[in-house]
Structures are given as structure tokens and as C-alpha cells.
Design a protein. Structure first.
Length: 228
């Protein structure tokens, strides 16, 4: 069965020192669920496994028990070339994503080809009650709608979000720091008018100040906008 084959392959790629390091970065999941496989190895395995006719058996075996199974799952979905198939895979997987790393590993390449069709699904993700579904929705807006397809309605959507979840607020901050780097004039008013929660506001400024893509004079002004 493909499931047992995958588990065997994952353990063959184990790096114990990396396991100990990685498990500390994801404190909300059990350390016992982490094998210790580096992401490049997972991506390489995903390319191989995505060609198997029985890969659907693995993708439908949710929830997974191991962190690397989730990582591998995210990598395989990210390679799916058909938009509708990929979207269905994402929708099935998102409710089972239980950590920031897997959420951020899920980067479907095909989504950039159908941005308009993606938007209503992003709205649904943003309104979810699941932490990493919301985080993924914000990440999709950050990945696909801060360049040629930018519209001020998108940061408005993100600014309206309020959460007690650390990993949502960190993604909001990351979004606005990136938005300041790419669309400074359009996004600056959100910071000036304190449209974000106080912690997220300050974290967005911090990340923008740390970015090499934000001009020095812009960084100096942003520093004056921090709230106590």
C-alpha cells in the first residue's frame, strides 16, 4: 500500500538533529509526530510520488498522524496542475492543517493562472473559524494580489480581521509588511489610521523596518507610527 511505502521512505530520509530542531519551532504539535525530514527532500519525494496512480489513496487518508505526512501532502498539492482538482485538494486538506509550517508549505502553483476564480474561495477562507485556513487565505492574498492585480479592497479585507490566534496575527503582520514593500503609498494609510490591532500594527511595522525592500526614509517614518 502507498501509505506504508510513504512512511518507510520518510523514515529513510530522517535527520535526527533536524527533527529535534524542527519540533521546537512548532510547539503546538506533538514532538513524537515529527520524523525530521528536510523540506528539499520532501519536495523531491513529492515530485516522485505525484506520478503514482495510487497517490489519491494517500491524499484521501486524512487526517495524517505524522507532521511529515502533512508536509508531503502540502508539497504534492502544490504540484497539481489542474486548477479545479488542486482547489478540491486544498479544500479537503485545509481543515486538517494543524501548524504554521504546513500551512506555509502549501503553495499551489496553478493558482496564479486563475486568480479571478480564486478570489471567492479566499473570501471563504478568511471567514473560516480554523486558524490555518484563515492564515492560508491571507497568504494567498499576499502571494497573488500585491503586484499587478493589487486593489486596495484586499488590504481592507485583511485589516478587518480580528483574532486572538498568534499565527493569524503574525500572518496579518507579514501581509502588511509585504504590502508596504510593494504598495507603500496605497497601504500606508492603514498604518497611519491604526486599522490593525495594536500588537499586529507594531509587528507589521517591525517586519517592514527589517525588510530590505522598504526604503530607509520610509522605515524611519514607520518607526514613528508605533503604538504603546
Amino acid at each position: 500500500m502507498i501509505q506504508s511505502d510513504i512512511i518507510e521512505r520518510l523514515y529513510s530520509l530522517q535527520d535526527v538533529q533536524y527533527r529535534d530542531f524542527q519540533s521546537k519551532l512548532i510547539p503546538n504539535i506533538s514532538a513524537d509526530s515529527v520524523i525530521g525530514v528536510r523540506l528539499p527532500a520532501l519536495k523531491s519525494l513529492a515530485k516522485e510520488l505525484s506520478q503514482r496512480e495510487d497517490i489519491g489513496e494517500f491524499l484521501s487518508a486524512l487526517p495524517h498522524e505524522l507532521y511529515e505526512e502533512n508536509q508531503l501532502h502540502a508539497c504534492i498539492i502544490s504540484l497539481t496542475k489542474d486548477f479545479d482538482v488542486c482547489l478540491a485538494q486544498v479544500e479537503a486538506f485545509l481543515p486538517h492543517v494543524d501548524n504554521w509550517a504546513t500551512c506555509d508549505t502549501l503553495i499551489p502553483k496553478v493558482f496564479k493562472k486563475r486568480k479571478t476564480d480564486l478570489l471567492p474561495h479566499i473570501d471563504n477562507w478568511l471567514s473560516s473559524d480554523k486558524t490555518y485556513t484563515v492564515r492560508f487565505g491571507i497568504k494567498m492574498l499576499m502571494s497573488h494580489f500585491l503586484d499587478d492585480d493589487f486593489d486596495v479592497i484586499y488590504p481592507e479585507k485583511v485589516a478587518k480581521l480580528r483574532s486572538e490566534e498568534y499565527y493569524i496575527n503574525m500572518m496579518i503582520a507579514w501581509y502588511f509588511a509585504t504590502a508596504l514593500a510593494k504598495q507603500y503609498d496605497a497601504v500606508l494609510p492603514f498604518i497611519e489610521k491604526h486599522a490593525l490591532g495594536a500588537w499586529t500594527h507594531n509587528k507589521a511595522i517591525q517586519k517592514a523596518v527589517e525588510s530590505y525592500r522598504v526604503a530607509p526614509e520610509q522605515k524611519e517614518y514607520l518607526k514613528t507610527l508605533k503604538v504603546k
